[in-house]
Design a protein around this ligand. Structure first.
Ligand SMILES: CC(C)C(=O)C(=O)O
Length: 279
């Protein structure tokens, strides 16, 4: 991975985006602002604030967070549709450090050469377009753990060649085991040479209660960014819990994060209070 220090693990918080997909969770713009400022204060590296093309309030939240937050990267999610990329770019315009996070589903149900070629073309076009707006572009291989491995390699190669600076391998439905997830990450490291020029990220869901273990295991296979959320909020059973991930890494001799360990309990409490206020 690029950068001066290969042992640093980048902490990417998605409480404000994937966290809101947990049944019953809603976070309003003021609460997003409050939590984003706290995440910056505790030195989270990347804050994913929302999906602005899908939710109008996320556009407002992103635009305001982007004006206020200077030390963390402010990130907006978009699919590979060009209209969505433009909305994401507008939402993060005021950011001192902005990121556009793109995703494309790589688990193709119909495995025709035609649909594979179309998907690769969409990845190329979307990453290239996002790069015109923002130097920092993350690309996620949605449903990577259930994708055909040869096609996953081609998709990742395409995203790297088109200029993605971070490649994320999500276990979108939370079906992977630590062994199978580690093997997948190792396979990509071995077969896609260009991945070395990017930061390799993981995004694990907790359907089997393995999101933290899968994320930590991936570090040994070369991942250097972990996507997680405070109190593990996220779609269905949630994402890897940031508090646990950061504490686990702090106990490991080979890796470190920039996150202030003394603020973890307060962050957890703040999110609990926000959830309790939901009518
Ligand atoms: C959009 C992507 C990153 C996602 O949330 C997932 O794969 O679970």
């Amino acid at each position: 991975m690029p950068g001066e220090d290969g042992n640093k693990v980048i902490i990417f918080d998605t409480t404000l985006r994937d966290g809101e997909l947990m049944p019953g969770v809603q976070i309003n713009v003021e609460q997003k602002l409050e939590l984003a400022q706290f995440l910056e204060f505790m030195k989270v590296d990347v804050i994913e604030v929302g999906y602005p093309a899908a939710k109008e309030k996320d556009f407002a939240a992103l635009f305001q967070v982007a004006q206020l937050v200077k030390d963390s990267i402010v990130c907006a999610l978009a699919s590979d549709k060009l209209e969505e990329i433009m909305v994401a770019a507008q939402a993060i315009k005021p950011a001192a450090q902005g990121r556009i996070h793109l995703y494309t589903s790589v688990n193709l149900k119909e495995r025709s050469i035609h649909s594979q070629a179309e998907t690769l073309a969409r990845i190329k076009e979307s990453v290239t377009t996002a790069k015109n707006y923002c130097a920092d572009v993350e690309w996620s291989a949605f449903d990577a753990t259930r994708c055909e491995p040869d096609f996953l390699c081609q998709a990742v190669e395409t995203a790297c060649a088109s200029g993605a600076t971070t490649i994320s391998i999500p276990d979108s439905l939370g079906t992977a085991s630590p062994e199978s997830f580690a093997q997948l990450i190792q396979m990509l490291q071995q077969r896609v040479r260009e991945i070395d020029c990017t930061t390799l990220s993981v995004h694990c869901h907790d359907d089997l209660g393995l999101a933290v273990e899968n994320s930590i295991t991936a570090l040994h296979s070369g991942a250097r960014q972990i996507e997680c959320s405070i109190n593990g909020l996220g779609a269905r059973k949630g994402n890897a819990d940031l508090v646990t991930v950061v504490r686990e890494i702090a106990r490991m001799p080979d890796y470190y994060t920039n996150v202030n360990l003394n603020q973890l309990d307060s962050a957890s409490e703040l999110v609990k209070q926000i959830i309790e206020k939901i009518p």
